[in-house]
Design a protein around this ligand. Structure first.
Ligand code: SAH
Ligand code: SF4
Ligand code: F3S
Length: 459
């Protein structure tokens, strides 16, 4: 069998795609990188907003047309598969295999079955399962929990991924050991709400440490860099910040989604914190980690959001001074409380607010990024940039970084980079040698041609 997986959605879906891919390989499949080359195409779906659902619909339309021409098995996994909405789409487009986020290990059974196979249970076996490490990669994701116990009124995730289940630390540490053996140097711990690790459905789970303790355990493993996502402000506690401060491998990077700067909107979202409480958390972070890089998620145009509410989001942005933000227009998702109870705001109003927020984000990102010019950063370069004369990667603060290859450094690794130029999205710099001297890239034969193909903006 030649299999191809197409992944939408968040890092959890990327992790799950890797997990299913390794199952497929162990069943003897060859992984191929296009639909044309495949006889099994599996789409890992996202349902968090309307757009990713539309994309799946159009892709499934194309696949149904392909299926009419040649033998092809079509599968759908992930968040949308778990929803009634997704199952209707699957029926319409003649999907053969459907696996919800809790039934991924049924992939073998699904392919053996001669009939349509739909797996929609949340099975415990997934939590102890350890997928083989990704090959030749310096970065890896590591799921520490699945599901979500919150009920933010706009969000479909608790329905798609079920209640929160924390993974046992033994499974996490075994998976980490395997990642380290395979050469991984940066690990990102994944959960919808990592700060409530070890507290499932409001109860502390025996034998499972707190997230702060887990960070210290992972830090003691020898991994060079640790990141984690996502933190929920409601469960955010100072002990996590202290564990970050005391554990050198943990990067000073925090993704703390605020969603809105207005306490009134936050209440309607059922986020369970106020603007003031959120700002207290930010103050705690800045007190212990003065160099912390702060990212957030913001939804604009939540039902009932007034201009005053939106102004509060803009002013909160200024108060925190985020390095970057993921910004979304509210998308009414069938099955969520806000879909049922609130009226959607006009599209133009939401778009206009998003544009104003993006302007704010750019202003801050360029200001924050420019402060790194002239400074040296530890960068994990994961491989060639678009132009193979350059390498690309990420700093400890998750800034994308591009450098020219120089001094014989042309392969992935962790290096020191002197930042020379910043844009709102990117830092550009040069590699340093062990003595801290700048490594100039080798002169190229045709300078005009090189300048044309360089991803560097004209300085
Ligand atoms: N568990 C994480 C978020 C997971 S979803 C947390 O609570 O922080 C990722 C982001 O998608 C959310 O932070 C939110 O900003 C956005 N999002 C979720 N549902 C949405 C919706 N219905 N419309 C627009 N954005 C949404
Ligand atoms: Fe969705 Fe809220 Fe859970 Fe995040 S915490 S996944 S936004 S319900
Ligand atoms: Fe992720 Fe989308 Fe599911 S954001 S958790 S893949 S709904």
């Amino acid at each position: 069998m030649r299999a191809h997986i197409i992944t939408y959605g968040c890092q959890m879906n990327e992790y799950d795609s890797h997990l299913v891919e390794s199952q497929l390989v162990s069943l003897g499949a060859d992984m191929v990188d296009s639909v044309d080359a495949a006889d099994f195409v599996l789409i890992n779906t996202c349902a968090v907003r309307g757009k990713p659902v539309d994309k799946v619909r159009s892709l499934l339309g194309d696949l149904r047309a392909t299926k009419a021409r040649r033998p092809l098995v079509v599968g759908m996994m992930g968040c949308l598969a778990q929803l009634e909405e997704g199952q209707q789409i699957a029926r319409k487009f003649e999907v053969d295999v459907l696996l919800g986020p809790g039934s991924l290990l049924d992939i073998g059974k699904a392919l053996e079955s001669n009939e349509r196979f739909w797996g929609l249970q949340f099975k415990d076996e997934l939590h102890d399962h350890i997928p083989p490490p990704p090959q030749g990669r310096l970065q890896a994701h590591l799921t520490i929990m699945r599901g979500c116990d919150h009920h933010c009124t706009y969000c479909i995730v608790p329905t798609t991924r079920g209640p929160q289940v924390s993974r046992h630390p033994d499974a996490i540490m075994r998976e980490l050991d395997m990642l380290l053996e395979a050469g991984v140097q940066e690990v990102t711990l994944l959960g919808q709400n990592v700060n409530s690790y070890g507290i499932d459905q409001g109860k502390r789970v025996p034998g499972i440490p707190s997230f702060a303790e887990l960070l210290r355990m992972v830090g003691a493993s020898g991994v060079k860099r640790i990141k984690f996502t996502t933190s929920h402000p409601m469960n955010f506690t100072e002990d996590v910040v202290l564990a970050m401060r005391d554990t050198p491998a943990v990067c000073d990077f925090i993704h703390l989604p605020v969603q809105s700067g207005s306490s009134r909107v936050l209440r309607r979202m059922a986020r369970e914190y106020t603007r003031e409480k959120y700002l207290e958390h930010i103050a705690t972070i800045k007190k212990h980690l003065p160099n912390a890089v702060l990212f957030t998620d913001i939804i604009v145009g939540f039902p009932g959001e007034t201009e005053e509410d939106f102004q509060e989001t803009l002013s909160l942005y200024d108060e925190v001074g985020y390095d970057n933000a993921y910004m979304f227009i509210y998308s009414a998702r069938p099955g969520t409380p806000s879909y049922k109870h609130f009226e959607d705001l006009p599209r133009e109003l939401k778009t206009e607010r998003l544009q104003r927020l993006i302007a704010k984000q750019k202003e801050w990102s360029i200001r924050k990024n420019s402060a790194y010019v002239g400074r040296d950063l530890e960068v994990l370069l994961r491989g060639d940039a678009h132009d193979p004369a350059f390498l690309e990667g990420h700093s400890r603060g998750n800034h994308p970084v591009v450098v020219p290859k120089a001094g014989g450094i042309d392969r992935p690794g962790i290096y020191t980079v002197r930042v020379e130029h910043a844009t709102p999205h990117m830092l550009y710099g040069k590699l340093l040698d062990a003595e801290g001297r700048v490594l100039e890239p080798q002169p190229v034969a045709a300078p005009e041609a090189a300048a044309l193909s360089s991803p560097l903006p004209m300085l």
